[in-house]
Write a protein that binds this ligand. Structure first.
Ligand SMILES: O=C(O)/C=C/C(=O)CC(=O)CC(=O)O
Ligand SMILES: [Ca+2]
Ligand SMILES: [Mg+2]
Length: 438
């Protein structure tokens, strides 16, 4: 059962005044984790918690002695240079730390005097990838994305017959996962142009985005032991934003029969902030199958998953070209959708990934898969939004885009909002395309 507790109370206010602003991503009800340091000072990276426009430095906060019991161990783990130790502690420790943080950051808290000096403005911070990611698995949980992109890659057979039975995924590459703000070079590779009789080589001409959420695994499972769906969420630390940059021309030529390879492993961008699963409790939704679709097999089905397996998370993609940036214009919104449209839930991903005995480890990352919604303006990739490049996007400054051009920056955003609960956000996930290496 998903239960709300005092940390979710929308009436709570923080002594960090900026956290009480109406559209703040990081009110006291959120309390997401990142790894950060002050920019340019040669400081060590350490864990921090977002509160308003500030970061509570967890290494400094733990040293003040304001945390006790289970929260004390969790607070020192949260101050390390990666969050793996905190992730490995498990759900009771995460809950204890969240409760202590919520109490210590509340208006009127006695801890204010000791924690005040542990705040670092987000405007002065830079971030690192928040965990040592041992393994990265990318799922394919939007049936709308699978159908749209399937029509382009496989016109005769867009949605393969396994889709509605198996939460499809592939093993991605962890080494090239970067944090928001990172610029990367356009990849070069082999492509087979339409009508050609042999492949060419060169910079990708169909560089794309994929709007995804990233799911960080907390406590792992032993090799050989499946995680039952009823316990799956206790292995999930939290959720971030993820952009799975994709070179569609390289993908189309290389992907059969083993799936994406060099078309996706040149860069994957994650947001610095990980929103704890507990913070998302007010935004849980029932999960069900449309009439006519098969019910999930028993190992992918539970009462809890049916009652509240899905999440109500609003998602948006913005594109800012080099010309827009030069003119001081903000990004143009190119897609707006919601995570509620996913065909498979987080719990089902964990249960499926481990059903054969595969062991997950603290800090492992799942991609949700591109989160396209049911209508085309809700598509989370350019290849869908532009019908494979045939109908380019018209940008407000008169430019058009079929696929990404050099100098383009893309930002992903997500937030949860509804009457009777506090709005919480995921911050931003930015990446910029640089020209291919000459
Ligand atoms: O349908 C295909 O052949 C490939 C689809 C993808 O691009 C794979 C992927 O990264 C999964 C996803 O983001 O949903
Ligand atoms: Ca993907
Ligand atoms: Mg990628």
């Amino acid at each position: 059962m998903i239960t709300l507790n005092e940390t979710h109370d929308p009436a709570l206010r923080s002594w960090v005044a900026s956290a009480n602003a109406r559209d703040c991503d990081f009110p006291i009800q959120n309390l997401p984790f990142a790894v950060f340091r002050r920019r340019g000072g040669g400081e060590a990276f350490r864990g921090g918690v977002a509160i308003g426009d500030q970061i509570l430095d967890m290494a400094a906060a733990a040293a003040t002695g304001v945390f006790s019991g289970e929260a004390e161990d969790a607070a020192s783990a949260a101050g390390q240079d990666k969050l793996n130790a905190l992730m490995a502690l498990g759900e009771p420790a995460w809950r204890a730390l969240r409760l202590s943080l919520s109490r210590a950051l509340r208006e009127g808290a006695a801890e204010q005097s000791r924690l005040q000096s542990c705040l670092v403005p987000q405007a002065e911070a830079e971030y690192d990838v928040p965990a040592r990611i041992g393994d990265y698995t990318d799922f394919y949980t939007s049936v709308h994305h699978a159908t749209n992109i399937g029509k382009q890659f496989r016109p005769d057979n867009p949605l393969l017959p396994n889709y509605k039975w198996v939460p499809i995924g592939y093993h991605g590459r962890a080494s090239s996962i970067v944090v928001s703000g990172h610029a990367f070079r356009r990849p070069s590779g082999q492509t087979m142009p339409p009508g050609a009789d042999k492949p060419g080589f060169g910079p990708s001409k169909r560089l794309d985005i994929e709007l995804e959420l990233g799911i960080f695994i907390g406590r792992g499972n032993a090799l050989g032991e499946a995680v039952p769906i009823g316990e799956a969420e206790s292995h999930v630390f939290g959720i971030c934003l993820l952009n799975d940059w994709s070179a569609r021309d390289i993908q189309g030529w290389e992907y059969q029969p083993l799936g994406p390879f060099l078309s996706k492993n040149f860069a994957t961008t994650v947001s610095p902030w990980i929103v704890a699963l507990e913070a998302l409790a007010p935004y849980r939704l029932p999960f069900s199958r449309a009439a006519g679709d098969p019910q999930p097999l028993p190992y992918l089905d539970s009462e809890q998953n049916r009652a509240a397996g899905a999440f109500d998370i609003e998602l948006e993609v913005g594109l800012r070209t080099a010309a827009m940036q030069q003119a001081g214009q903000r990004e143009a919104s190119i897609c707006r959708t919601n995570y509620r449209h996913a065909y498979w839930t987080v719990a089902q991903m964990v249960a499926h990934h481990t059903v054969n005995g595969c062991n997950l480890q603290a800090g492992d990352l799942f991609g949700s898969g591109t989160l396209s919604g049911p209508t085309l303006d809700q598509a989370g990739a350019l290849v869908e939004l532009t019908a494979g490049g045939k109908t380019p996007l018209q940008l407000p400054n008169g430019e058009t885009r079929a696929f990404l051009e050099d100098g383009d920056s893309v930002v992903l955003r997500a937030w949860c909002e509804k009457p009777g609960a506090s709005r919480i956000g995921f911050g931003e996930c930015w990446g910029t395309v640089l020209p291919a290496r000459a």
